[in-house]
Structure formats: C-alpha cells, structure tokens
Design a protein around this ligand. Structure first.
Ligand SMILES: *Cc1c(COP(=O)(O)O)cnc(C)c1O
Length: 388
C-alpha cells in the first residue's frame, strides 16, 4: 500500500523543497554556518546577514518593521513570551487578561500558569459556529484588563476571527492585543500598519518551513510595547530572547515567508476550490455536520462530524488518507476537543469530528482518493451500525 494521502497540513506542513535548499546552505563549512553574533570574521557576518534578510522577509509578509520581529523556537514560545512577558511588567492593578475557550493550548496553558501567579483570566465563550462576538469581548473588559489574547484562525475548525474589530475595541480601552497567527500567516493578508495588534505569534512549520522556529512580532511604532524576557543569556535579540540564533532555521523561515507572500492569493484560491469540492461530495452522504463557520473560515481546513460514526472508526476504515481527529495534540490525549466542547457540541458530535486539512501540495487526484475512501467507509460503517 502506498503512503496515505497527507491531509493534515494544519498539524504541520512538509518543508518546501526551495526552503529545504535554503536550510542546507547554512549547515556546512562551505556554507553560512557561522554564529551570527561572531562579528569579528566573515563566517559570523555572513550568518548575521542571512538572519537579517530573513527578518526583513518575515516583516514584509505582515507589513511590520524588521526591528519588531524577535526569533523564537516557534509559536508556543512566542505565545509564552507575549503573555508572560506582558503580564510580568503589567503593574498592579492591571492584572486581568481576556482570552477565549477555543484558543490553542499554547495560550490556554500559559493562562493557567498566570492564574497560579495571581492574574485574573476571563475565558470568552464562542458562538456555536466558533465565532467570538466582539461584543462579548467589549462586555468582558474591566478597568484592570491589561491584555487580550485571541487567535486569528482556529487550528481545529479554521474559523477566522475579526481581528480588526477586536483590536479597535481593545485599543480604545487602553489594553494590549496579542494574536496567535500560526494558522493564518501566509494564508490570509496581515497588515500590521493598519491592524491594531500589539503582539503576534508566528510559526514556520505551518507554512512549509522547518519545525522548531518561529517569531514574535512586538510593536515598536508608534509606541513601544514592553515585554519581559523568558530566557536570559547572551543578550541576543536585544535581550528579549537569549540563545545562539539557529541560522539555518531562520534563513529557511525567511524563504518560506517570502514564497508565501508571492503565492498566497493563487494558492489559497486553489486550496479553497479543492476543499469545497471535498465538502460538497461528503455532504451528499447525509448526516454530515460542519464543525465551524460556513463562511468565516480559512481555505485549507474542513472539520466534519458524521452521524452514527466515531472519528476513530472512520480513521481506522480509511487507511488511504492521513487526517486527524480534533487537533493533533488532542488526539494524542484521547480527550474530546476543548474547542468543540466550547462551541457546545454534544458528546457524539465531538467523538465523530474529523479534521481534513489541505495545503500547497494537495492535488485534485488526492482529493478524489479522499472522497472515494471516506464515502465508502461511511456507507459501510453505517450499514454495520444498528444506531443511526
Ligand atoms: C501549531 C500551533 C501553535 C504551536 O506552534 P509551534 O511552532 O509548533 O510551537 C500555536 N498556535 C496555533 C494556532 C497553532 O496552530
């Protein structure tokens, strides 16, 4: 049996061959392997140039200034740095943070830790379609609210939040806004010249870059947002994130973001076309429910529940495709998805949820394989099952 069709791009993406070529350039003696902090010789200076070029490439994609980009080990660290870093400097009585129940664990688990440190946290409820109504945020703001943290695109459902509306409310109130954009950067336009966002988390491996690298955008213009570091050491990244910069990871990230900027519009239209074709074909099976918002969604994600069938049974019956139940992290723990739970899904719908996620290398033929495999499996499992 050949390898299954990869339809789990929301968990991670394969590295684009152009990005891999770039990464390899910065590993060996004949390449730019140097320590970017070693400014006394050309090895270090070449590496530093590669790092600064990548910083500019990341900044360009989100229309930020390169000085606003801090390299991290990924979006998890960026979220930790944003939330912990802001709340650590937020003086009494500004100790309140607002987030949503549908956030990634890399935000929710930080919030739990902040609660232990004495911060007050409000967890907003989404509507049944995953949308966070800006009015709910407005109602939750308190005089002591220091920070709001909301993701742009949800990794399980693909639902897009109205960051511009959220940012307008937050700014008017005098609080800061952090956005986890790991699932939206390079897929939706992000313009930090106009968006009232103060901190934004990025990851490379959701955008055809390598795992283990990402960045935090920290607004410097017109007003500097201050953040306390998590790591202390060599003073890299203007003291905000110590540690020798991984030149190869960073150069590769720059290339991944550059390619996304060039191809985003055409690529997303193509992905949406195939995603919608998959969706229409599976709807014909009947008893299929969308977990998410029918319009406010990113192109590559489709989260569906099939009545009468558990996700585990469906996955076992479709070895032709590689998809996930809920989110990748949740499926490891065999717990129902906290995102779907927050959206008010009942237990059967949560147990039946399957996430298909498409990307750059998804072909029409692969979607044909997925449609055939899932249709066959659903019909077979339903014929076996006495309950419908
Ligand atoms: C993948 C993901 C993260 C974690 O990013 P890493 O770079 O793997 O640490 C955080 N938030 C969202 C929304 C994600 O999809």
């Amino acid at each position: 049996m050949p390898e299954p069709v990869y339809l789990d791009y929301a968990a991670t993406t394969p590295v684009d061959p152009r990005v891999a070529a770039r990464l390899i350039q910065h590993l060996t003696l004949d390449g730019g392997f140097g320590n970017p902090s070693s400014t006394t010789h050309p090895y270090g200076r070449t590496a530093a140039q590669a790092v600064e070029m990548a910083r500019a490439q990341v900044a360009t994609l989100i229309q930020a200034d390169p000085r606003e980009i801090v390299w991290t080990s990924g979006a998890t660290e960026a979220n930790n740095l944003a939330l912990r870093g802001v709340m650590a400097l937020s003086r009494h009585p500004r100790r309140h943070l607002i987030t949503a129940k549908t956030e990634h664990k890399a935000v929710l688990d930080v919030c739990r830790a902040l609660e232990q440190d004495g911060c007050a946290i409000t967890y907003l409820d989404p509507e049944p379609d995953g949308w966070i109504a800006p009015e709910r945020l407005a109602a939750a703001l308190r005089p002591d609210t220091a920070l709001v943290s909301l993701m742009h695109v949800n990794n399980e459902t693909g639902v897009i939040q109205d960051i511009a509306a959220v940012g307008a409310i937050t700014r008017q109130h005098g609080a800061l806004l952090h956005v986890d954009a790991a699932q939206s950067v390079g897929k939706l336009p992000l313009n930090l010249q106009t968006l009232p966002v103060d901190l934004l988390s990025l990851s490379a491996h959701k955008l055809y870059g390598p795992k283990g690298v990402g960045a935090l955008y920290i607004r410097q213009f017109p007003v500097r947002v201050r953040v306390q570091p998590l790591l202390y050491g060599g003073g890299q990244e203007r003291g905000l994130r110590a540690g020798t910069l991984p030149t190869h990871q960073i150069a590769a990230t720059g290339e991944a973001f550059r390619i996304a900027g060039e191809d985003m519009v055409v690529e997303q239209a193509q992905i949406r076309k195939e995603r919608d074709r998959l969706w229409r074909a599976l709807l014909k099976l009947g008893g299929v429910t969308l977990n998410g918002h029918p319009e406010q969604n990113v192109a590559g994600i489709l989260n569906l529940s099939f009545a009468g069938i558990t996700a585990e049974a469906l996955l076992a019956a479709t070895p032709e495709i590689a998809v996930s139940t809920g989110s990748a992290c949740t499926s490891a723990g065999h717990e129902p998805s906290h995102v779907l739970r927050a959206m008010g899904c009942d237990a059967r719908r949560m147990r039946g949820a399957v996430r298909f996620s498409l990307g750059r290398f998804t072909t029409r033929e692969e979607i044909d394989v997925a449609i055939a495999a899932v249709s066959m499996a659903v019909q077979r499992l339903r014929a076996l099952s006495p309950f419908q």
